[in-house]
Design a protein around this ligand. Sequence first.
Ligand code: MN
Length: 320
Amino acid sequence: MTRIRKIAFEEHFTAEGFQHYAKSFMQHMDPASVACLASRLSDFDDIRLGEMNAAGVDIAVLSQSGPGVQGEEDPARAIAQASRNNDFLARQVERHPTRYRGFATLSMHDPAAAVAELERAVVGLGFKGCLVNGHTQGRYYDDRAYDVFWERLQELEVPMYLHPADPLVQPLACQGHPELAGAAWGWGVETGTHALRLLFGGVFDRFPGVTLILGHMGEGLPFQRWRLDSRFAVYSHGIALQRRPSEYIGTNIVITTSGVCSPGALAGAIAEMGPEAVMFSVDYPYESSLIAADFIEQAPLDDATRALVCHGNAERLFKL
Ligand code: MN
């Protein structure tokens, strides 16, 4: 079977010394699944490349699996771990330079340290941006202390992938419902809300060149664009934005199809945001590369749109 060329970039690994951060969600899986995931997360050769080949994934931009250093309480240790992770990833990319690229892991505990490590990873190690697993100990990045970070991200012309994680405190609506609190629903609410904090907090007005990537078909945002405009016009609470809220979603905020292999949702997201704002990804190894590949190849898209979603948009975004 001939596959369409794909670039995927919510593709995770775990470096030695990072496994314990993932206990918060791994503990709810059965031991056989955890063992299977662990062997795929730590592999950079036959298993990973075999699955990429079978699915037609030509290039994978790799990132540390969540929550990574966002789950580290000690700021000094988080900074050291981020740097260790990025050196480790650079060595793996070097071993398979045509197949892998890297997203930096960043400790966001200290904005200045995040800037320094971002710069080292992008300029020094050739990484394509960063992937951050949500808030840091309840701190969100619309906080003006992070303006130095967004400024540098804009100057380096690389994106941030904002990846889900647990909120510091579960919202009341999820309490007593652990099946909702995590990946099935709660992560999307937490991450979509974080992205909206950046939008309404004016990050994209202050730094219009910033690109934020959301996975999981945009964590619900594509489907609320109209309502965000309509209700913000009534309830602005004195907040002033340079553009309508919807206009940032599809320009500054772009999305991947990771973990949502639904033709209807894909069609809706493209209709809302345009074909240049939607990009293929898998969420390896938590999702199936083959299911994701079959989905995107069979979805009712014209050839030009499918080529953009599978690889063209990613080539432009990452300058590949
Ligand atoms: Mn993921």
